[in-house]
Design a protein around this ligand. Structure first.
Ligand SMILES: C[S@@+](CC[C@H](N)C(=O)[O-])C[C@H]1O[C@@H](n2cnc3c(N)ncnc32)[C@H](O)[C@@H]1O
Length: 491
């Protein structure tokens, strides 16, 4: 079912729940299984989809917040509430603009409303400097939040090294299945431009493959999946250019192409049975569904003290607990996708890996020891560090091979590792590379760290981390290990 022009308020969800209720009742009335539901919330790309998707999980919380207003109005007694809603807008209002313009706009907007008040306490002379600094902070914050740094790293790896594997798999899917509409999903798409770049590349390969056999190019259904809290607004704002570029490059020889966002965890069902022809995910499936349970003893004592992931100083049971969680999550991911894919469909997964299972030697080990230094300096509470662990696992090629074989739904086309230097571009100075690594790690894990350790220590923490990264890079070569696995869904 589709809600065309759904806007961003709660009405769309209310209507959908009502329709599902009616159909559930109707199916029970005739003793039939209730159908699966595909719900498509459509609006223009500039609609606030973030606000909408956030309501999927935070609908009840939002209601509680507006409840305070409702209670106050009720207590005052002069008015009846006809409507009471919340909506969310990006700080810069138009997130399709470039970073400079957005930061300037947000800083100016705040200056207009606060300057007069601030001047009375801090004097007129400091206002220009204050708001210049504030604008720089906003810019940095938006850039870090939107993972601009991560995008650069990931795009280089995917484009240069894993790109040919994705293309080969997409070509194989088309030549085997020749669908009229090729359904593809990008799981864990994030909000940067990488997801649509990969999609363009896949469409290009398939258009060429269809032309080479004098066939009509298929239509494309593209499903961009991530957690409901992902910044889908930014992603959808890239769509206008994506459609325009596609039209310019291919004209009427290709498509049409229909792009949708799917806000849902990939550790649950995301698509109907036998729906997808091609699935791709980059740097997402190493994220676990939860922090492994076995990191705390039965009486609640933290077992991975002083670390935030498997480290050389972690007891062996820590590695076992992490692997057990990955085994369960990855197997579930394969099982769910195998239900959602047609036989002969292709899946290319790219994720963080390790060479040694119990000594992964990730950048996160160094990050854990930086946090430990902050504990020694009294800047972070020891107990908080002892109880914090990252919900990710970087498997070895052997572990991946065994788990795919054991799950049994997929045949291997390729299983490879790619290594890239931490600083990615080793022609840069060590300072630049260290800053780059620190910013990349910050973009990925800051939200988790802020919840555990508070916002106030973040700048100091990442500054210290940058110096530790620089020292480590000067001492020895440090590399990210990436695993690429290309699979075909069996009969
Ligand atoms: C490093 S980013 C991916 C980058 C992106 N694929 C690219 O190539 O630019 C990891 C993404 O995985 C998403 N993610 C993590 N766990 C997920 C889950 N269970 N379901 C869906 N998305 C998930 C995160 O929200 C995040 O956006």
């Amino acid at each position: 079912m589709a809600d065309m022009g759904c806007s961003s308020g709660p009405n769309a969800f209310l209507l959908v729940s009502r329709i599902i209720d009616i159909i559930d009742e109707a199916s029970r009335g005739i003793n039939r299984q209730c159908p699966q539901f595909g719900v498509f919330l459509n609006d223009l790309p500039g609609n606030d989809f973030n606000g909408l998707f956030n309501q999927l999980s935070s609908f009840e919380k939002d209601l509680e917040e507006v409840e305070e207003v409702r209670q106050l109005v009720k207590a005052e007694t002069s008015f009846a509430v006809d409507k009471l809603e919340t909506f969310i807008i990006d700080w810069s209002v138009d997130s399709s603009q470039d970073l400079e313009i957005r930061a300037k706009f947000a800083a100016k907007s705040l200056r207009v409303v606060t300057e007069a008040l601030l001047e009375t306490t801090f004097t007129h002379e400091v206002m220009d400097d204050l708001f210049r600094l504030f604008e720089a902070c906003i810019k940095e914050r938006i850039a870090v939040k939107e993972g601009e740094y991560v995008n650069i790293v990931l795009s280089r790896i995917v484009t240069s090294k894993a790109g040919p594997i994705i293309e080969e798999s997409a070509r194989k899917v088309y030549n085997t299945l020749r669908p009229e509409c090729l359904m593809m999903a990008k799981m864990g798409c994030s909000s940067g431009p990488n997801a649509l770049q990969v999609v363009s590349r896949i469409i290009d390969v398939i258009e060429k493959a269809s032309r080479s056999i004098n066939c009509q190019c298929p239509q494309f259904g593209v499903f961009l999946n991530d957690l409901p809290g992902n910044d889908f607004n930014t992603m959808f704002n890239l769509l206008l250019n994506f459609y325009k570029d596609l039209q310019e490059a291919k004209g009427s020889s290709c498509g049409p192409c229909f792009v949708s966002g799917i806000p849902k965890s990939f550790y649950g069902r995301v698509f109907p049975d036998k729906f997808l022809h091609f699935v791709h995910s980059s740097y997402s499936v190493h994220w676990l569904s939860q922090v492994p349970r076995g990191l705390v003893s039965e009486n609640g004592e933290a077992l991975n003290k002083g670390n935030i992931y498997i480290a050389k100083t972690s007891p062996p049971k820590i590695h076992k607990a992490y692997y057990a969680q990955f085994k369960s999550d990855f197997t579930l991911f394969l099982r769910l996708r195998s239900r959602e894919m047609v036989s002969g469909g292709g899946m290319v997964l790219i994720f963080l890996g390790s060479i040694h299972s119990d000594d992964p030697d990730l950048v996160y080990e160094l990050f854990g020891s930086t946090l430990h230094d902050m504990v020694l300096e009294g800047l972070i509470e020891e107990e908080k560090l002892d109880n914090f662990n990252l919900p990710l696992y970087s498997p070895t090629v052997d572990e991946v091979r065994k788990l795919v074989e054991a799950e049994g739904s997929f045949a291997f086309n390729k299983l490879e590792t790619i290594t890239v230097d931490w600083g990615v571009d080793t022609s840069q100075s060590l300072d630049t590379q260290a800053e780059f690594v620190a910013k990349t790690v910050r973009a990925v894990i800051e939200p988790l760290l802020t919840i555990a350790f508070g916002h106030a220590v973040m700048d100091d923490l990442f500054l210290l981390f940058e110096t530790r990264v620089k020292a480590r890079m000067a001492e020895k070569r440090s590399e990210f290990v990436t695993i690429v696995v290309s699979l075909t869904k069996k009969e």
